[in-house]
Design a protein around this ligand. Structure first.
Ligand code: AMP
Length: 211
């Protein structure tokens, strides 16, 4: 089964992708996480991608599509949840062609619906642990010890692209490039709308009931 999580930055795609992995055994493919790992490694791809990511812009489609092709061609018959991909209609079309040649298709697309004011608070308040990857929010989900990770006491950091000047760009890019995917998948009868308000558990329950 192939699922796609679609929605604005900060709508909880990463969290729900991780739950689909830990509770239901899906392979969780987050292009954002993969790119951040490449940036940390200072690989050729990472150095190229960093320029775009710093500004809140999309990394060029050909780099992303090659990354996805590489994963799928190695293990085409797993259950996948894609988080952050596809990000525009061009990527969605390339994805469809790629899947067709493997006899596969996108089964369901979950669109996480969330108001702009909540998105901004979720992004600007997000803090992450650089060691274990745990995510917190200074407004909604504070760590027990103010600025330290609950799991390992590591000082939490703010992602560069969660800084206010970059958030505005990411939201603009989302509206211009990613939002049209809602219509794209709706017209194919694959779109399921999930209200992204509520706790992680509540959203996950809704998601499961639609699976
Ligand atoms: P995310 O963690 O999904 O919010 O992604 C962080 C950043 O990685 C985005 O702002 C983009 O610069 C880049 N990125 C992630 N996924 C994609 C994608 N499918 N296409 C292009 N750029 C991407």
């Amino acid at each position: 089964m192939i699922l796609v999580l679609l929605g604005p930055p900060g709508s909880g795609k990463g969290t729900q992708g991780a739950l689909l992995k830990s509770k239901l055994g899906f392979e969780h493919i987050s292009t954002g996480d993969m790119l951040r790992a490449e940036v940390a490694k200072k690989s050729h791809l990472g150095l190229k991608a960093e320029e775009y990511m710093k500004q809140g812009l999309l990394v060029p489609d050909d780099l992303i599509i090659a990354m996805i092709k590489n994963i799928l061609s190695q293990a085409p018959h797993k259950n996948y949840v894609f988080d952050g991909f596809p990000r525009n209609v061009n990527q969605a079309e390339a994805f469809e062609t790629m899947l067709n040649t493997m006899g596969l298709q996108v089964d369901k697309v979950f669109y996480f619906d969330l108001d702009d004011d909540v998105i901004i608070k979720r992004l600007s308040g997000r803090r992450v642990c650089p060691k274990c990857g745990a995510t917190y929010n200074i407004y909604y989900q504070k760590p027990k010890n103010d600025t330290l990770c609950d799991n390992d006491n590591t000082p939490l950091i703010q992602r560069d692209d969660d800084k206010e000047e970059v958030i505005a760009n990411r939201l603009r890019v989302y509206k211009e490039q990613t939002f049209p995917l809602i219509e794209y998948y709706k017209s194919k009868g694959k779109l399921f709308v999930v209200s992204a308000n509520g706790t992680q558990e509540e959203v996950f329950e809704k998601l499961k009931s639609m699976l």
